[in-house]
Design a protein around this ligand. Structure first.
Ligand code: KDG
Ligand code: MG
Length: 402
């Protein structure tokens, strides 16, 4: 069996997605997501110029060997461009293998460990009152877990506050738009939001919050402590994690559970965080961290330390990543939660998929493979449009983390 041809499809049904399609000499094909928000065409070039020429003629059944070939063989390891490209190949190969076996991917991975995958949705509002209402709307839709992000008094922009409801999409400008940030204002406000949410909705719904890399370790430690009475499911990306050791300081001061990993590409990025038990949830996902093959290694390492998974699932990860992640989540023994930001109806039409939502859980479906396809005619209706994530500066002009 051989990989006969491959193509990279770029489509923008509201936002850009990059998809790799691998076609075998036996007619079976597999699909992988290669979307890297704001840097999409770098991955397209990586795949077209440097990966596909090597892939043609390879045996698609040799998933592990192909993974090693592109990881070790490139000599230049890691990084989001390389690892997103490897992830796309890996996801497409698992899709092919599961289709050949006539099994949904979760079966090939070892079978279901649970009936459904608990997801968290995104509630956000321009101010405290609107955010509280939005959380209520998610509870009404059946969500058991909800991330709450809110506009902050005195700040024009805050991370996570969308311009529309349901389809939050920050990459919305042809060049990065400028947002202004002030951690002091943010820190005074966030505990009030969660105090109010617990007053209104009690302690049953799981509540989550994303710090989006903006605090120092000490600021994050203080916030974690202030949020303890409201028993968050997690505080995410409390501080940048390039220095994994930074989480030790946060950990020493608070029992608020910590989640990190959406920007990680390999097991090396989270090895110290995991082995020192500095976090509670590891948020690596299929497309960003080298596909199913590598994500499985990260989850297994995390399991040794009672750390659970909580895969990134923002709208910039295509339905292909969501489908593959749901099969992974259905199998992985140390599953924690899955992020789920709904895609637009246009995106769903480009990517017909077997997964479905009911009562706060997602189900991967029973279609052989990962259950997500790409309608090429539909995709062709939406050509690539440059779109960048915003950048952030402090009020005095200093560049900060968006
Ligand atoms: O492309 C960046 C988004 O994926 C990121 O900002 C979303 O932080 C995010 C999250 O938790 O979903
Ligand atoms: Mg996040």
């Amino acid at each position: 069996m051989k990989i006969q041809s491959a193509k990279v499809i770029v489509t923008c049904p509201g936002r850009n997605f990059v998809t790799l399609k691998l076609i075998t000499d036996q007619g079976v094909y597999g699909i992988g997501d290669a979307t890297l928000n704001g840097r999409e065409l770098a991955v397209v070039a990586y795949l077209e110029e440097h990966v596909i020429p090597c892939l043609i003629g390879m045996d698609p059944r040799r998933i592990e060997d192909i993974w090693q070939y592109f990881y070790r063989g490139a000599y230049w390891r890691r990084g989001p461009v390389t690892m997103s490209a490897i992830a796309a190949v890996d996801t497409a190969l698992w899709d092919i293998k599961a289709k050949m076996a006539g099994m949904p991917l979760y079966d090939l991975l070892g079978g279901k460990s649970r009936e459904g995958v608990m997801v968290y949705g995104h509630a956000n509002g321009v101010d405290l009152a609107e955010t509280v209402d939005e959380v209520g709307r998610y509870i009404d839709m059946g969500y058991k877990a909800i991330r709450a992000q809110s506009g902050v008094p005195g700040l024009k922009d805050a991370y996570g506050v969308g311009r529309g409801k349901m389809y939050y999409e920050p990459a919305d400008a042809a060049l990065p738009s400028l947002t202004i940030w002030d951690t002091h204002k943010y820190l005074s406000f966030v505990p009030k939001l969660f105090e109010r949410l617990r007053e209104v909705y009690g302690f049953e719904p799981h509540l989550l919050h994303d710090g989006h890399h903006r605090m120092t370790p000490l600021e994050a430690a203080g916030l974690g402590k202030a949020l303890e009475p409201y028993r968050l499911f997690w505080l995410e990306d409390a501080t940048p994690a390039e220095n994994q050791e930074a989480f030790r300081l946060i950990r020493q001061h608070t029992t608020t559970p910590l989640a990190v990993g959406e920007v990680f590409n390999t097991i090396w990025d989270c090895k110290d965080l995991i082995q020192n038990q500095l976090i509670d949830y590891i948020r690596c996902t299929v497309v960003r961290a080298g596909g199913i093959t590598h994500l499985r290694r990260i989850a297994d390492l995390a399991a040794l330390y009672q750390i659970k998974t909580g895969s990134h699932g923002a709208t910039d990860l295509s339905p292909v990543t969501m489908g593959a992640a749901l099969h992974f989540d259905s199998w992985v023994p140390n599953f924690g939660i899955q992020e789920y930001m709904r895609h637009t109806p246009e995106t769903d039409a480009v990517f017909p998929h077997a997964y479905s939502f009911a009562q706060g859980l997602l189900y991967p479906g029973e279609t052989p493979g990962h259950g997500v396809d790409l309608d090429e005619a539909e995709a062709a209706k939406y050509p690539y449009k440059p779109a960048y994530l915003p950048v952030a500066r402090l009020e005095d002009g200093t560049m900060w983390n968006w």
